[in-house]
Design a protein around this ligand. Structure first.
Ligand SMILES: [Zn+2]
Ligand SMILES: [Zn+2]
Length: 408
C-alpha cells in the first residue's frame, strides 16, 4: 500500500489515494470505500447476466414444450389445407369430366339403339324381314354393345410433374443460408450447401439466397479445399448489384491477378489488399462508373473480407461471418485461430438488403455452408471461468472467486 501511495495511484472513483486496491478484472484502482462499491457493481452485473441466462434457458424450455409454435408450422398447416382443397377440387373436376364423357357416350349409343329399335318394330309389325336383315341387326347390336363396353375401358392418366397441381413443401435442413446464384466458373451443389470452383483459374462469384436488411446474422463456412492463389473473398454484396457490374469486377480482379498476382504472392501488403485496392490498381484514374468512389481510398466495391493465405492457414478451416446490418459492418473470424477481419460497409455503394457472397479464384476451391457452430469445441479452449454461468448451487463459490480477484 505504501508503495502504491508513493506511485500516486488514486482511486478511479474519487481520486483519493488512501487504501488503494487494484481490481484484476478491469485493472482499475479503488479506495477502500469504492472497492466495495465496485464489488457491488460486479454483483449487479452478475445478477443481470444470471437473469438473462435464466430467461434464455426458459425460452429454450418453452420452445421445447410448444414445438408447434414455430411460424413455419403455421405455413405447413396452410399448405396442407390449400393442397387438400386443391386435391378435392381436382378430384371433383375429374369425376365431373368422367361422368360427362360417359353420359355423352351413352346418349350416342342409346340414339343409335333407338334407330334399330324402330327398324325392328317396323319389320316385326309388317312381318317384313329375311335372314340378311336379321344378320344386319345382329351386327349393329353387337357393334353398339362394344361401343358401350368401350366406355368401361375409359382410363385415367396422371401428370408426372407433381408440381403442376401441388408444389411439394420441404424444410431446409439447416437454418442457415444456401447458395443460389453464380457468375463465371463456379457451381452450386448439394441443394445449395456447397459451391465448387471449376477447373479454370479465374475469378467467380457465388451468392446466397437470403436477404439481410436488419439485425445481426451469424453464418459459418468451411473451406473444404482452398489453394493459396488469388485468395478467397467472403462477405456481402448488395442484392441490387447488377450482373454486369459484378462481371466487370470479376474481370478487373482477373486483370489484377494477371498483372500483379505473382508479385502479390511475395508482397504481404499486396496479398492482403482488398478488392477495392486491386480494382483501383488496374483501373485508370478516370475510371468511374458509379460504384467506385474516387475520393475515398477505402471505398468498397463489394464489402468483403479477404481470406488470404495468412488468414486461412489450414485446410478445412471454418470461418464465421457476422453480418451486422444495424452497425453496417461485417466481420470474418477464423474459428480456429480467432483471427478477425472487420469491414465497414458503405450503404451508398452497397445498399441493403445484402446477400452473402464468395469470390474464389483457384480451380476446385470448395466452400461449404456449415450448420450452427458446435459449442463443445469452443468450451475446450476457453478458461474455466469464461465457460458461462455456474449452476445455482455454485454461485456462492463463484462470488468468492470474484472477490479473490482483488489484490492490494
Ligand atoms: Zn474491476
Ligand atoms: Zn474512492
Amino acid at each position: 500500500m505504501a508503495s502504491s501511495a508513493r506511485r500516486k495511484t488514486n482511486c478511479s472513483k474519487c481520486n483519493k489515494a488512501a487504501g488503494i486496491f487494484t481490481c484484476r478484472g478491469c485493472e482499475k484502482d479503488f479506495c477502500y470505500r469504492h472497492v466495495a462499491e465496485h464489488r457491488q457493481e460486479l454483483n449487479k452485473h452478475m445478477e443481470e447476466l444470471t437473469n438473462n441466462h435464466d430467461l434464455f434457458v426458459q425460452t429454450i424450455a418453452e420452445q421445447e414444450a410448444n414445438p408447434n409454435c414455430h411460424p413455419s408450422i403455421e405455413k405447413i398447416n396452410t399448405w396442407e389445407q390449400k393442397s387438400i382443397k386443391k386435391i378435392h377440387q381436382a378430384a371433383k373436376d375429374a369425376r365431373e369430366e368422367l361422368l360427362k364423357n360417359l353420359r355423352g357416350h351413352r346418349t350416342q349409343v342409346a340414339n343409335n339403339l333407338q334407330q334399330i329399335t324402330e327398324e325392328l318394330n317396323k319389320a316385326r309389325s309388317e312381318d317384313d324381314y329375311v335372314e340378311t336383315d336379321l344378320n344386319e341387326w345382329k351386327e349393329k347390336l353387337e357393334k353398339l354393345r362394344t361401343d358401350l363396353a368401350a366406355t368401361q375401358m375409359l382410363d385415367l392418366s396422371q401428370d408426372e410433374d407433381a408440381r403442376t397441381l401441388i408444389p411439394k413443401i420441404f424444410v431446409h435442413k439447416s437454418s442457415t443460408d444456401i447458395f443460389n446464384r453464380t457468375l463465371n466458373d463456379i457451381q452450386i451443389l448439394e441443394d445449395g450447401n456447397l459451391a465448387v470452383h471449376g477447373q479454370t483459374q479465374q475469378y467467380a462469384i457465388v451468392r446466397g439466397k437470403n436477404e439481410y436488411s436488419s439485425g445481426q446474422h451469424r453464418l459459418y463456412f468451411q473451406l473444404e479445399r482452398y489453394q493459396n492463389m488469388g485468395g478467397i473473398f467472403c462477405g456481402v454484396v448488395s442484392k441490387t448489384m447488377s450482373v454486369e457490374t459484378l462481371q466487370d469486377i470479376l474481370n478487373k480482379l482477373d486483370l489484377y491477378e494477371q498483372n500483379y498476382g505473382r508479385r502479390a504472392f511475395q508482397n504481404f501488403y499486396s496479398a492482403n489488399s482488398t478488392i477495392s485496392d486491386r480494382i483501383k490498381q488496374v483501373s485508370d484514374h478516370n475510371y468511374n462508373d458509379g460504384y467506385y468512389n474516387q475520393t475515398s481510398t477505402d471505398s468498397k466495391f463489394i464489402p468483403v473480407c479477404l481470406t488470404a493465405s495468412v488468414f486461412m492457414n489450414k485446410k478445412n478451416n471454418k470461418v464465421e461471418l457476422l453480418i451486422n446490418c444495424d452497425a453496417k459492418t461485417i466481420c470474418l473470424t477464423n474459428e480456429q485461430t480467432q483471427q478477425k477481419q472487420n469491414c465497414a460497409v458503405e450503404l451508398n455503394i452497397c445498399p441493403l438488403p445484402w446477400q452473402i457472397c464468395f469470390i474464389a479464384y483457384s480451380a476446385n476451391d470448395r466452400i461449404r455452408i456449415s450448420e450452427l457452430n458446435s459449442v463443445d469445441n469452443e468450451q475446450a479452449t476457453l478458461p474455466a471461468r469464461r465457460r458461462g454461468i455456474q449452476p445455482k448451487k455454485d454461485r456462492i463459490n463463484r462470488a468468492d472467486e470474484l472477490e479473490n480477484n482483488y489484490m492490494e
